[in-house]
Design a protein around this ligand. Sequence first.
Ligand code: FAD
Length: 504
Amino acid sequence: MIIDDNHYDVILIGSGAGGGTLLGALSAAGHSVLLLERGGVMPLEDQNLSEADLFRKDRYHPEEKWFGTDGDPFSPQMVHAIGGNTKIWGGVLERMREQEFSGVKLQEGPSPDWELRYADLEPWYERGEEIYRVHGVAGADPTAPARTGPYPAAPRPLEPFLVELRSALERQGLHPYDLPLSWSDSAVDPTGDAELFGVDPVRTCSNVTVKEHARVVQLHVNPSGQEVRGVEVDIAGQHWLFRGHQVVMAAGAIGTPEILLRSATDHHVRGLANGSDQVGRNLMKPQLTTILQLATAPNSGRYARGHGITDFYWGDKNVDFPLGSIHSGGGVLQDALFAESPPVLSLVTKLLPDFGIDQLASRSITWWAMSAVRPDPHNRVLLRGSQLQINYTPNNREAHDRLVYRWIDCLKAVESDPLTLVTKAAPVHPRGEAPLPVIGGACGTCRMGSDPATSVVNLEGRSHEVHNLWIVDASVLPSCPSVGIGLTVIANALRIAEAMKASL
Ligand SMILES: Cc1cc2nc3c(=O)[nH]c(=O)nc-3n(C[C@H](O)[C@H](O)[C@H](O)COP(=O)(O)OP(=O)(O)OC[C@H]3O[C@@H](n4cnc5c(N)ncnc54)[C@H](O)[C@@H]3O)c2cc1C
């Protein structure tokens, strides 16, 4: 093993929504930071602006295989790159609702209290929206929480057929709003991400060192087991040891518990920082179903997500539990998630045999239904020998099914409205639920809390057991809301950065 000569203030592992954002905050404060990222810079042609080869099998799947609940191997949909999964995300950045921090009563029981309140995150949500240049309209989403300021930029213009569709939805009594989007205004790569807004602005600063294709394999602790003294990294098959004052995990909701579990010692037999046995447990990923609607006029198939609908967020007529949110999907050729729904594609092929991907892209409108899930300790990331096992059974199913059927009813109503000219009535609306490999929105596997018996890090993101170990990624989220968690991960990383600066 090669031992690096330098000693950094902070070693940061992972450059996605949490890590990329934290890098910007710490380097601006003058601290020396070493960023270790398993991937490299993602080529432009592989990013959000995708062509039809999005449908090429396993385009966004690293070569590794994990084992699923049934014991079968699968290849996860995620990317290892500077910017992490934000390189392929939809860029929709929404805030969690106030009530979700104190625990919401879901159909299957309450989601947990965060021990933090919306007010604790609000300034950081605002800062995160500035950094990621979120385009949106304050107050447009009827369920959005109170905010102190406007969005940094106005929403982007919608495709003309989506403008017409909005009026059609409004005629049904629904309240569609412009989804808040991270947008860079760059002609070649418009979707904002953690590389563009987190890493790039600081990567040439003298206090920042970025190592790409650097896969962290293990953390090494001192004899008492209370401090990380070295971070072992595989770089091109050669093992290196890096040393730093503070070590921050931002390897994502799967990568972070993986590294901690691999770092077991005599002091930490179940894995590092795992006295509570919570590392890897409580894995959550939102329930996601894509629903297809036929369009009358062709569209480009390449556009960002447009409308949000939260009319059923908290329930429905005679339903007093939350159902979730609806998004109009990005163009079929642009939305990476859509390519992960083979059930939809096979159904479309059966129903419309002459419908190739190109026709599908230009003659359809996609919708996403998203519902919350509850933490369950049996849903977990664990090691099976040297490989990862993901045990996962979705919950809160009835709420999600109700949302999907309710939305299909709304689409039928829109289609039977004689004033609506942009959609076409269809006998069925093909739909498909995102399968286990769609795991890029996962969270909860190293949750934060004040009680060391039931959480991995405290409310400032610091390990209860290992003094110089922090976690700033999606792992620390105690619950999984019905909106994307990207902005909450960003805001929480900015919040934790303040506590961390005080320790440096
Ligand atoms: C297709 C898709 C669309 C999405 N759309 C949205 C959206 O519109 N809105 C939204 O809010 N969210 C969206 N998400 C989810 C969002 O991208 C994630 O919630 C967010 O990126 C999580 O941030 P993170 O910092 O926890 O992890 P990540 O962004 O996943 O970053 C983790 C980083 O750690 C690196 N890493 C992992 N292991 C190691 C290791 N051993 N050594 C070194 N580095 C390592 C990875 O390579 C990666 O760069 C989407 C996700 C996907 C996949």
